[in-house]
Design a protein around this ligand. Sequence first.
Ligand code: AMP
Ligand code: ZN
Length: 493
Amino acid sequence: MPLYQEQNLKVYNSISGNKENFKPINNGYVGMYVCGPTVYSNVHLGNVRTFMSFDMIFRYLKHLGFKVRYVRNITDAGHLENDADEGEDRIAKKARLEQIEPMEVVQMYTVDFHNILNKFNCLPPSIEPTATGHIIEQIDIIKIILNKDFAYEVNGSVYFDVLKFNKTHNYGKLSGRNVEDLIHNTRALDGQSDKKNPQDFALWKKAEPQHIMRWPSPWSDGFPGWHLECTAMSTKYLGEQFDIHGGGMDLKFPHHECEIAQAEACNGHSPVNYWMHANMLTLNGQKMAKSTGNNILPAEIFSGKNDKLSKAFSPSVTRFFMMQAHYRSILDFSSNAIEASEKGYHKLMDAINTLKSIQKSDTSTFDVRSWSQKCYDALNDDFNTPILIAELFSAVKLINQVKDQKATLTSDDLHFLTNQMNALVFDVLGLTNDTLTQDNHNTLSNTVEVLIKLRAEARANKDFALSDKIRDELSAIGIQLKDGKDGTSFTTN
Ligand code: AMP
Ligand code: ZN
């Protein structure tokens, strides 16, 4: 029997404001869409937090036995400097400043994004579609919305008619804003805009002559509005109605509100059953953001090269730091806080390493099964990782007591505990055991040192064929030897 039948998962649904029983549309299958990055700059640690939160959610759903199709897009066109349809395309602007092709910008930062998420042990999504790869699908949706009369064309651009839509639907139901307030609070149009009302948003924009990222359409050579790609790609890969849609809290409005409006206008019903929003990582109490410079980059965390950091921290320690907060809570980053996490992380890994060598007994003084259920209860309660981690530390305490012969475990219980610790720590939280990595590294160094010595001996014996063979074969597997004044050293790639 799959685990999801035994465990009652509850998910906080941003649209209802309640924790709801999680019931996918198709029994055993979950469709999940998460808004991906706009690839015009390096991701900062705040972006990483959101993707890591959904990685943990993806991992737990899989752990429960669901077959998950996880779609996370790459925004490579259509996201303008200003979220209200103004300014240059972010990617085109970067390309102009760097004097390179927009697609070079896209490639560079997509590769960076993948490398970074890989370092943090985030699993790749099942499908990673791009906005530029789905222009046809976006144009098709605009045609339907125009046909249904929820959009209008002006001078080659197409806008969504928010007031018209709101007469029969509820624009604002996710973000809690109402159209009346929006009318009062939105800046008046500057006279240059083609919009009927300032709260309308672009589905298609005619490209100015200097705008290089452009595609033909029935209305003009232009480009799609930012919100449209997510409607097009989620519908294409997950259907008109799917289970989970996620993203950072800051995407609720306007991005997700507009996605709901587009999908309802196009298909006549709500696209998503559970809206999930991950909260922000802050620095000095302010949201980490690219634009303000108030951020830390993953590379800075790994090197320790940032004034705000006392030292370097590994990806695993950083991930543990993030998992110690609930995904819906704001988390403030500080060097002190992550140093405390580092201590906790090592305590946890030491206990896991100890598990391999502890003694078994005929009786147990600890109920491992009820402990395990408490761990699941935490995760079932809207993915409560801080409570899970508190439970993991109950197990750490037990493991240390067994080691000191102050508690006992039967062989079965020890086996069960080991499996559960591994499943929860590595499969669900996605941590890796750096202490083992360190051990592997030491073994590699010692082995290469032996080969370096043999090579030196071969050279001393003038057996250059052998010494070259050692160097070349090591090089072929990515280990480069370097001869210097103080002997031979090596690097790996
Ligand atoms: P962007 O590339 O700007 O579209 O952002 C990618 C993702 O990172 C979105 O889901 C944002 O909500 C999220 N994000 C941006 N800043 C932060 C932050 N400080 N903390 C957590 N998530 C963030
Ligand atoms: Zn999106």
